[in-house]
Ligand binder design. Structure first.
Ligand code: ARG
Length: 600
């Protein structure tokens, strides 16, 4: 099923071919002057240049041969030789009816599905998620959904940060504040004989009473700060990291407790945000691959000694900036951030064999990924182009720096969600919405609107751009906002309910009013927007399509009465258009990880 744009492109291409010119010249684009045309083709300009002929003459000849095409209502030549096209009402109606019968509302699937792994969110044990993680979660979730919807086999992995230096810092900090933990760490070198699962559970229950997430939140930043200024402390933390990684039993028990309590809280927040991982693998999950991997890298001659540490050099002569080497084993013998990343590439190869891995991570880690990817290719763990870093800019505060709380701390994700939900309920009440909802349904709606506020504000920007967090603007029911989109979807839903109770039935779509034409042209653009979002790994193109569709629907609804249209046929046609618009809008919302409530 091809969209109007490619259908017209083919017809115009055939017209060029009829003049002995290349059919590729017939490519059409959506007109930037909708008052003059629906689509335009600039091919005559390119052809004229190559042939040294008058572009208007070529354009006119193409236009003449298109004049009798039933899909085209008007064709004309404008300016230096643009071909302007207006689609016929019959062709618009036919396209609208095809879309209306398609559960995917026009979205095609890729011809050759691939296996794609999306590595996103990347939360860490005990370290609070910062806005970088928020963006990674939101953008990664959307990319995952877009890829899956286009037909790829997709897995999303949280890549939990549970194995680095921060673990040693935390172990050290906890041991220093709690003698019982200190004892556990120093005493239990190996698993005692006969130590059963229930013994382990008992230790965990005991740890529950000693260390809660709030303690980790408090201890971690203090420990990180101390390590910066105190070399002894830093050495102890490094040793603790190495001992944990070497499998010291007490260290493992305490570490597992950290990971568990962090994960419970994280999953609750992700759930509230509509973010679901297929895999929750951690850096620690590849621990047993690291030893053999290091040996293999050694055998391949890739490891170089560097002041007691072992690194892989990845710099190339042609580099225009310095690409740092990969630190594989630290001088204490610990695996580093890049080491687990490299081993994870091997691991994923084994259990999924992906054709493409997308790492949705803060742009500030671009060098890290360049290094890891090069090392992976050198080691033969990945082919060139299979690993891709999908970077993004930061969410900034009014000062233009990465967003912080008023006290200057990292904003907790939970607090951010609460803030957005609170703002949403305020706005709903202000707008006189949700008044007839039960308290529970109101809360649910406020959460949906709050989440849409945060996510849409992020997704509407091209991911590479940084943006300033402005809850006041993002939460408005007007403008390019999540609440606006949800509100429009809810309006269509209530129209459809009313149609049902009035006994109005949907039927074939016919095209008369400008607002109907415009809406159908927008609906027709869905596949193109989706394909571009997919190719460019840019969910903002879906967000933008959703916004324009919602606007187009709103204009249609204002100009074209649905339930009280003059004839039964017209009512049926407009109802079909409304149903189709809602289906496409909800597909877009779902791809962005948003959900519209039934009522507001
Ligand atoms: N945990 C990391 C961080 O907070 C992000 C992980 C990104 N994914 C990866 N494969 N390295 O910076």
């Amino acid at each position: 099923m091809s969209d109007l744009k490619s259908g017209l492109g083919e017809a115009v291409g055939a017209a060029f071919a009829g003049l002995g010119l290349a059919p590729e010249l017939g490519r059409v684009t959506v007109s930037d002057r909708p008052d003059l045309a629906d689509f335009q083709c600039n091919g005559a300009l390119a052809a004229a240049k190559a042939l040294k002929r008058n572009p208007r003459e070529i354009a006119q000849a193409v236009a003449d041969s298109l004049a009798s095409n039933p899909s085209i209502a008007e064709v004309g030549v404008a300016g230096p030789g643009f071909i302007n096209l207006r689609v016929s009402a019959a062709a618009l109606a036919e396209r609208a009816n095809t879309l209306s019968n398609d559960p995917r509302a026009g979205a095609a699937e890729v011809a050759a599905p691939r296996r794609v792994l999306v590595d996103y969110a990347g939360p860490n044990v005990a370290k609070e998620m910062h806005v970088g993680h928020l963006r990674a979660s939101i953008i990664g979730e959307a990319i995952k959904r877009i890829y899956r919807f286009r037909g790829d086999e997709v897995l999303g992995d949280a890549h939990f940060g549970d194995w680095g230096f921060q673990m040693g810092l935390l172990l050290t900090a906890c041991a220093d504040t709690d003698p019982a933990i200190e004892a556990l760490l120093s005493r239990l070198e190996v698993r005692p004989v006969g130590f059963s699962q229930s013994d382990e559970d008992a230790v965990d229950a005991e740890l529950d009473t000693r260390i809660a997430l709030e303690d980790l939140d408090r201890l971690y930043p203090a420990a990180a700060a101390q390590a910066k200024v105190d070399p002894d402390y830093r050495d102890r933390a490094r040793r603790a990291t190495a001992e944990l990684q070497a499998g010291r039993f007490g260290h493992r028990l305490v570490w597992r407790h950290f990971a568990r309590i962090t994960r419970v809280a994280l999953e609750r927040d992700f759930h509230a945000l509509g973010i679901d991982f297929d895999l929750w693998r951690g850096e620690s999950d590849v621990d047993d691959l690291i030893g053999p991997m290091v040996e293999e890298l050694q055998e391949k001659g890739l490891l170089v000694d560097d002041q007691g540490a072992r690194i892989i050099r990845v710099a190339r002569e042609a580099d225009r900036r310095e690409v740092p080497p990969l630190l594989v084993v630290s001088s204490e013998g610990s695996a580093m951030y890049g080491t687990t990343d490299l081993a994870t590439i091997l691991d994923r190869r084994r259990f999924f064999d992906p054709d493409l891995v997308l790492y949705v991570v803060d742009q500030r880690q671009a060098d890290h990924f360049e290094t890891v990817f090069r090392a992976a290719c050198l080691a033969g763990y990945a082919r060139e182009g299979e690993l891709e870093h999908i970077g993004f800019g930061t969410m900034n505060g009014p000062d233009g720096k990465p967003f912080k709380t008023r006290e200057g701390g990292v904003l907790k994700l939970r607090d951010l969600i609460d803030m957005a939900r609170g703002k949403a309920s305020e706005r709903l009440l202000e707008a006189g919405l949700g008044a007839e909802l039960e308290p529970e349904a109101f809360e649910d709606t406020a959460l949906k609107v709050g989440v849409a506020t945060l996510k849409f504000a992020d997704l509407i920007n091209f991911r590479g751009t940084s943006y300033v967090f402005d809850l006041e603007r993002f939460s408005s029911f007007e403008g390019k906002t999540g609440p606006y989109l949800l509100y429009q979807a809810v309006r269509v839903k209530s129209l459809l309910r009313k149609a049902q109770s009035d006994g109005v039935a949907a039927g074939p779509i016919v095209v008369g009013e400008d607002a109907e034409r415009e809406l159908i042209l927008l609906l027709d653009g869905f596949d193109h927007a989706l394909a571009e979002a997919y190719d460019k790994r840019s969910p903002n193109l879906v967000a933008d399509h959703a916004f324009r569709l919602a606007q187009g629907f709103s204009r249609f609804y204002a100009a074209c009465p649905v339930l009280v249209a003059d004839t039964k046929e017209l009512r049926a046609s407009r109802l079909s258009l409304a149903q189709l618009s809602l289906r496409q809008l909800e597909l877009c919302l779902d791809l962005l990880g948003l959900a519209a409530p039934d009522r507001m």
